[in-house]
Write a protein that binds this ligand. Structure first.
Ligand code: DP6
Length: 329
C-alpha cells in the first residue's frame, strides 16, 4: 500500500450547474457511465454548489451532508463511489465528511447533480492530495453523472458520445462565457422533487422505448446544429435545434413502458408563453430536462421581458435569470 501523505485534509470547491442545449439521454456504457449521444450545455452563474471534503481519521464510513442534513441512499452511495476512486489514486484510505450547500433559487428540485459532482470531484482531489488536471476531474465527475463532466468548465461546453470502455472521456470548452450575451430564464413549474431521476428515466427509455434507437440516431445532428449555431452566435439556429433535441428526447421517454413523463400542466402553459413571445418577435426558445420546469434561451436584452411573461402566465412558482458562468473554482 502507498504511504499516506501528510498533505491530506480539507478541500473545497464551487461549481455551477449547466443546462443542455443539445441533450444527453442514454448511455453507451452503463458501468462507466458513458453517454450514448453528444451534448452541449451552458454553465450557469446563478446555480451554484459549494462542497467541502474533510478527511477524518475517526470516521468509519463517509458522511454526506446536503445543506446541513445527512443524506443516505443513492446520493451517499454515488458520493462514496467517487471518493473511493480518488482514495485509490491517493493511497489514503480514510473516510471523509462531505458538506454540500446548494445556492439555488429555491428548494426547487432543479438538477443539482451536475454542479454537485463537479464540485465533489474537485474538492475530494484537493482533500486527498491528488494532483489532477481539469480534464481528469471532468472524467471523474462524468463517471458519477455525465452532465457533471460539463460543469468543470465555464461558458459553452460539449461532451462527446462515449466509446464503450473509454473511461477517459471528459468535456471540452466550445466557447468561453464571454462569447455570447444570451441568458437562460428558468421558470419553475413546481417545487416538488422529481419522481423519476434522469438516470432511471434514461435507462428505462433505453430498455423499453421503441423510439430510443431513433433518438440516438437523430441526436448527433441536433448537436452539430447547436454547436455551429453557438459558434456563429445564431440564436434561431441554436433555439430551433435545441427545441428539436428537447422534444425528441422527451418523445423517446414518453414512449417507454410505463411512460417516463416529466411535464406537468404548468409545463404546457409555459411552453405556450414561449411560443407566443416568439410570435411577438422575441427570439425565445424552450428546453426541459428531467422535470416539469421550462428553461428559455433568449438574448440578455430580452430576458426581463421573458421573465415577466412567464410570471404573468401564473404557471410558474418562481422565475430566475441565469447567464453563462465560470467553471469550477
Ligand atoms: C435531461 O447527468 O443527471 O439533464 O449520468 O445518469 O447522472 P447521469 O444523468 P444526468 O442526466 C442529465 C440529463 C438531462 C440532459 C442533459 O443535461 O444533457
Amino acid at each position: 500500500m502507498t504511504e499516506e501523505r501528510s498533505t491530506v485534509g480539507v478541500g473545497s470547491a464551487r461549481a455551477c450547474a449547466n443546462i443542455a442545449l443539445a441533450k444527453y439521454w442514454g448511455k453507451s456504457d452503463e458501468t462507466l457511465n458513458l453517454p450514448a449521444v453528444p451534448s452541449l450545455s451552458i454553465t450557469l452563474d446563478a446555480l451554484v454548489t459549494e462542497t467541502t471534503v474533510t478527511v477524518e481519521p475517526a470516521l468509519t464510513e463517509d458522511v454526506v451532508l446536503f445543506d446541513g442534513k445527512p443524506r443516505d441512499g443513492d446520493d451517499r452511495t454515488r458520493a462514496s463511489e467517487l471518493l473511493d476512486r480518488v482514495r485509490a489514486l491517493s493511497g489514503v484510505h480514510r473516510f471523509a465528511r462531505v458538506e454540500t450547500v446548494n445556492h439555488f433559487p429555491t428548494a426547487s428540485g432543479l438538477a443539482s447533480s451536475a454542479s454537485g459532482f463537479a464540485a465533489l470531484a474537485t474538492a475530494s482531489a484537493r482533500a486527498y492530495g491528488v494532483d489532477a488536471s481539469l480534464e481528469q476531474l471532468s472524467a471523474w465527475a462524468r463517471r458519477s453523472s455525465a452532465s457533471a463532466a460539463r460543469s468543470l468548465y465555464g461558458g459553452f461546453v460539449e461532451l462527446a458520445a462515449g466509446v464503450p470502455g473509454d473511461d477517459s472521456l471528459a468535456a471540452r470548452v466550445v466557447a468561453p462565457a464571454s462569447h455570447w450575451d444570451v441568458c437562460i430564464v428558468i421558470a419553475l413549474a413546481s417545487l416538488k422533487r422529481k419522481k423519476t431521476s434522469s438516470r432511471d428515466g434514461m435507462i428505462e427509455t433505453a430498455k423499453t422505448s421503441p423510439y430510443y434507437p431513433a433518438w440516438v440516431q437523430c441526436a448527433p445532428a441536433y448537436f452539430d446544429e447547436v454547436r455551429a449555431g453557438v459558434l456563429a452566435r445564431d440564436i434561431e439556429k441554436v433555439g430551433t435545434a435545441m427545441e428539436a433535441s428537447t422534444f425528441a428526447m422527451h418523445a423517446s421517454a414518453l414512449a417507454a413502458r410505463p411512460a417516463v413523463r416529466y411535464y406537468a400542466a404548468a409545463t404546457a402553459t409555459l411552453l405556450d408563453v414561449v411560443e407566443s413571445l416568439r410570435n411577438d418577435g422575441i427570439a425565445a426558445y424552450s428546453t426541459m430536462d428531467a422535470g416539469p420546469h421550462v428553461k428559455v434561451l433568449c438574448q440578455r436584452s430580452d430576458a426581463e421581458r421573458v421573465r415577466e411573461a412567464m410570471l404573468a402566465s401564473g404557471a410558474a412558482v418562481d422565475v430566475r435569470v441565469a447567464s453563462p458562468g465560470p467553471g469550477v473554482q
